[in-house]
Design a protein around this ligand. Structure first.
Ligand code: SAH
Ligand code: SF4
Ligand code: F3S
Length: 473
């Protein structure tokens, strides 16, 4: 990934109550990076690897912003790096194992370059047992920082320079400095509008590792989006674990309305929404504002009321189906996608069939499905009737097979239609065609000559479960 150079940076909050404050840590690290620049003739390099969701991608962009402000240049080659940050995810065990395996490989890099600084950030570094594991079994890791603690990064790097290991806990980082992120190249941008989650779904680790909900102030968000549009970004996604409970000075629906009224040619997306908080006002804003993408990602998790209750989701299937009807009534072509968890504790065959039934009934355009993974410290991990792995796998396969058929059925309805598509350049899997996304976020592979970052119209000639095919017109 190539990274754009970062322009102005603005740190507004001093987060330390000791006599050595945020600015002093920043200045000390800058002295250090300047020293390297003088000796070597080039700035020291930093590498950030990201696991997990878009929120984590956005956090990594802020971490890169902070690193650049401290005098580092960003590299996409970890072997060349003087500082490596691993931004981890804790949502399922698999995500943690992957991150740990990457961190394990960095042992050799540190052995070859003992001055290399290695930090672990993100959701995994807010779990006590993982922090203990990092401290005890990964002696070459210099520090860990939980999510939303960018303001502590200068202090952690300073500690590493002084050979002092620093493993910070979640409580120490409730404020966020105002950092200009270093965004990935392209026409898409993430904008975090809130952090944390209050919902405590019984399976989920997020509220424990990201803390309670905090919304950014709406004016700050409006200014950021204005700047992005002026800089040429065309596809802007507002991020939060539950954007519908945004309360940074106005409701989420009204924030969306304000943003959609900004001048410029761009698409506005948002994720994620919790079904318990979807409002008629939000649906109306989506329907009325042409710049708001006609795509709703609405995680369902299960089609069984009994399981939804055990998950502490606070809606039932009827409520979910009523949202789907309201969305389709207001926007007949809306793309609806969802998340499903298979094999939650106590899920019977009947519960699972209720999930299959609602998938078919709604006709989701796309599903992200996951096998339930017990997370230490969450209520579901302590529940009886954990489902055996073979049963989970079998249900997962059946769900995928159904969704493939449903997704294909939905996509075939697009054949013969023309969509506005934001061109993302040549497809990675087949460079002979271009790829892009519709407003509904559907992947389109097409023949044409549009440059990256341009909106064009594509006539759809064919469709499969995960992509549309067509020609630029
Ligand atoms: N805040 C978002 C989702 C965040 S996590 C929301 O509420 O929709 C993304 C998805 O990961 C969840 O929707 C859920 O389907 C899945 N997930 C969360 N915890 C999980 C667990 N313990 N095991 C398996 N999947 C999980
Ligand atoms: Fe996790 Fe539920 Fe919060 Fe989403 S809403 S992050 S699933 S606790
Ligand atoms: Fe995202 Fe993973 Fe954290 S999904 S919120 S990075 S646990």
């Amino acid at each position: 990934m190539t990274i754009k150079p970062c322009s102005e940076r603005n740190f507004s909050i001093s987060m330390f109550d000791s006599s050595y404050g945020f600015e002093e840590y920043c200045n000390s690290v800058r002295e250090y990076t300047n020293g390297i620049l003088k000796n070597r003739g080039t700035s020291p390099l930093a590498y950030v690897r990201t696991f997990g969701c878009q929120q984590n991608e956005a956090d990594s962009e802020r971490l890169r912003g902070m690193l650049v402000s401290l005098g580092y240049l960003i590299t996409d080659d970890e072997k060349l790096a003087d500082c490596i940050l691993v931004n981890t995810c804790a949502i399922r065990e698999h995500a943690e194992i992957r991150a740990l395996s990457f961190i394990g490989q960095y042992k050799h890099l540190k052995a070859a370059n003992p001055r290399m600084i290695i930090g672990v950030c993100g959701c995994m570094s807010a779990e006590k047992h993982r922090v203990d594991q990092l401290k005890n079994s990964y002696p070459y890791v210099d520090f860990s920082l939980p999510p939303a603690s960018d303001g502590l990064l200068p202090k952690a790097i300073y500690g590493a320079i002084k050979h002092r290991r620093d493993f910070t806990n979640l409580e120490s980082c409730s404020e966020m400095p105002n950092i200009q992120p270093v965004r990935a190249e392209g026409s898409k941008a993430w904008v975090s509008i809130m952090y944390g989650c209050n919902n405590f779904c019984s399976y989920c680790i997020v509220p424990y590792v990201r803390g309670r909900e905090r919304s950014r102030c709406s004016e700050e968000i409006v200014n950021e989006v204005k700047e992005l549009v002026c800089s040429g970004y065309k596809d802007i996604t507002l991020l939060g674990q539950n954007v519908n409970s945004f309360n940074g000075g106005c409701s989420f629906a009204s924030l969306l309305r304000t943003l959609a009224s900004l001048e410029g040619d761009f698409v506005l997306r948002f994720m994620t929404s919790h079904p318990k908080d979807v409002t008629p006002e939000l649906i109306a804003v989506m329907a009325e504002c042409p710049k708001v993408a006609k795509h709703f990602h609405l995680p369902l998790q299960s089609g069984s009321d009994r399981i939804l209750k055990a998950m502490n989701r606070r809606y039932d299937r009827e409520k979910y189906l009523s949202h789907v009807s309201a969305l389709r009534k207001a926007m007949p072509d809306i793309v609806i996608t969802s998340d499903i968890i298979v094999g939650f504790p106590g899920e019977t065959e009947e519960d699972f069939e209720a999930t299959l039934d609602i998938i078919d009934r709604v006709g989701f355009d796309m599903l992200y499905s996951f096998i339930y993974s017990p997370r230490k410290g969450t209520p579901a991990a302590e529940m009886e009737n954990q489902i055996p792995r073979e049963v989970q796998n079998n249900r997962f396969d059946r769900l995928l097979a159904l969704q493939n058929a449903v997704g294909e059925r939905r996509n075939k309805q697009s054949v013969g239609k023309t969509y506005r598509v934001l061109c993302e350049g040549p497809s990675k899997t087949d460079p002979s065609v271009l790829c892009g996304r519709t407003d509904g976020n559907k992947l389109v592979l097409f023949k044409g000559d549009a440059p990256e970052g341009k909106f064009i119209n594509v006539y759809i000639t064919d469709a499969e479960a995960y992509a549309l095919h067509g020609n630029q017109i």
